[in-house]
Design a protein around this ligand. Sequence first.
Ligand SMILES: [Zn+2]
Ligand SMILES: [Zn+2]
Length: 391
Amino acid sequence: MEKFLDEAEALFEYTRDLRRDFHKHPEIGFKEIRTANIIAEELTNLGIEVKTGVGQTGVVALLEGKEPGPVVMLRFDMDALPIQEETGAEYASVNEGVMHACGHDGHVAVGLTVARLLNNHRSEFKGTVKLLFQPAEEGLGGAERMIADGILHNPPPDVALALHIWNDKPVGWIGIVPGPVMAAADSFYVRIIGKGGHGAEPNLCNDPVLAAAQVINSLQTIVSRNISPLKGAVVTVAAIHGGEAFNVIPSEVELKGTIRTFETSVRDRVILRLEQIVVNVSHALECESKVEIKSLMPAVVNHPAITQRVQHVASRLLPNDQLDFNTITMGSEDMAYVFQQIPGCYFFVGSANKEMNLDASHHHPKFDFDESILPKAAGLMVASAMEFLAK
Ligand SMILES: [Zn+2]
Ligand SMILES: [Zn+2]
């Protein structure tokens, strides 16, 4: 099994060059045309059957082993973000206002390396590897579109695996955790409606700015007072808009924010309390209110038995002090929709390198990661895929 790491290491330059090319030419969700063309070309050159235009710009490929057997789906997302790059790297984006600031350029390069390695070992397994290059992961609904286009059928996968290059953690760290690993995300939109007027005559107004301030403070009691300290939850007010002039009390204030939770019961409780607090605190200050909550993404839940097998693969492949079987994140991911139907495991590969100045957070204009982790990501993915294929 160790051979997969060595073989991935031997392909390092191939993987890195691909990654840099994708990085230089980033494309945002549902516009990954150049990216998809390169993927299709690379896979076709290997003699792998390829289908393009799945979920608009996605690519699906089937890699058959020596005989039929289990179907293992490996998913790699490929979209960039609407961010102006500030890394100054020699391979920095040439596309104005578009940047691979989440590492999906690395995911595509790893995916193509995985395809190459598994293709070399076709005669050693029974079953099918279904490679999925997914568009529009960054909140645009790419996974749902691919599911609607039938990726979970013909053939239906028995197991699904995915990974994320992870700059929250240093090179050498690998996170493989059973159960919920990424949070469910909801957005909320609140309007607090008062009665505007002269800033010098607050007694004649119902001040929505003051009500908004009280609401924001009170919302912080949900996580601290209503949710068990042993459970995870986030309530963030990320935007507040209201008023223009220094001497006018506006008639309305808007708040926008996000809720993150791992469990349905926790999510229900947060939403109930959020609604109660907005309505009642506003009311106490003689304002009206409206709350809209939108579910954006369910939690990513790793299947316990499958995750245990991936942990086992990793412990045979890598030094055990590099493995973290506990850390989870409040980020969200649309692989959650796949895992609602197919049991699977989503793992993280630490990629930050402080000494090399490669430790900016995901979605930051200076985001870049240590490329030396690419072979480890590919090797671990190949070894994990082999674990679920038959011998
Ligand atoms: Zn992202
Ligand atoms: Zn991402």
